[in-house]
Design a binder for this molecule. Structure first.
Ligand code: 13P
Length: 254
């Protein structure tokens, strides 16, 4: 079964009212000229959700958030609930990005709870998994990603076919050091098998690759059997680069 490719930009803590308007204007114009299927999303900093909601209205660009609380509401200073994100038309939310795991101590259990809150609010969680360089060198890659995904599978049971998974090796994020298509495919195949064991519908779950994906390397990564799209950091801030990645994704479906 051919899965429609998904290209999601993760802006991280970048942007401004003016820069967002310019970037989305260029993306909207560029997308109009493209043919073929591909879902496109941008994960923006929370203060810009309302602005970007109106900037993408009437376009094919979907709105995504970068994090969600594992709580429903109340005394959790600084957090935003899934229900709040939904009010702004948020379609996807990243959960368990390695920067959240690393700098904010997010555990596998917290990530699983966040995915659960997103699903309950009708938002698709993009669950990020990935090993550090030390873990890869110690031969622990598959154990780490399986453990991270298992927590989400365990908590979310039958809803698991509604998620998106992003494999982002920590050593490839923002380093310019991309996983080879073979390295990425090897991990994606393991994740697919794990999902297949958990749900009869593993074929439905898009598996994205993230980590220094750019206009030059996207086509080869996206041609792999189990790579259904990309989670793009730095290159998603440059309209032409992001458009080229989207075009590469469309070309694999042609
Ligand atoms: P880069 O594309 O900048 O390496 O970032 C990847 C990432 O972390 C996307 O979530």
């Amino acid at each position: 079964m051919a899965r429609t490719k998904l290209i999601a930009g993760n802006w991280k803590m970048n942007g401004s009212l003016a820069a967002n308007e310019a970037l989305l204007g260029a993306l909207r114009a560029g997308l109009e000229g493209q043919q073929g299927a591909c879902t496109v999303a941008v994960a923006v900093p929370a203060p810009y959700l309302a602005q970007v909601q109106s900037l993408v209205a009437g376009s094919a660009i979907q709105l995504a958030a970068q994090d969600v609380s594992q709580h429903d509401g109340g005394a959790y200073t600084g957090e935003a609930s899934a229900t709040m994100l939904r009010e702004f038309g948020t379609r996807y939310v990243l959960v368990g990005h390695s920067e959240r795991r690393q700098y904010h101590g997010e555990s596998d259990a917290a990530v699983a709870a966040k995915a659960q809150k997103a699903l309950a609010a009708g938002i698709t969680p993009i669950v990020c998994v990935g090993e550090t360089l030390a873990e890869r060198e110690a031969g622990q890659t598959m154990d780490v990603v399986r453990r991270q995904l298992a927590a989400v599978v365990h908590t979310n049971g039958h809803c698991i076919s509604e998620i998106v998974v992003a494999y982002e090796p920590v050593w490839a994020i923002g380093t310019g050091r991309t996983a080879t298509p073979q390295q990425a495919q090897e991990v994606h195949a393991v994740l697919r098998a794990q999902l297949a064991a958990a749900t009869g519908q593993a074929d439905r779950v898009p598996l994205l690759y993230g980590g220094s994906m750019n206009a030059a390397n996207a086509a080869e990564l996206l041609a792999q059997a189990d790579i259904d799209g990309g989670l793009v950091g730095g290159a998603s801030l440059k309209a032409q680069d992001f458009l080229q990645i989207i075009a590469a994704a469309r070309a694999t479906q042609a």
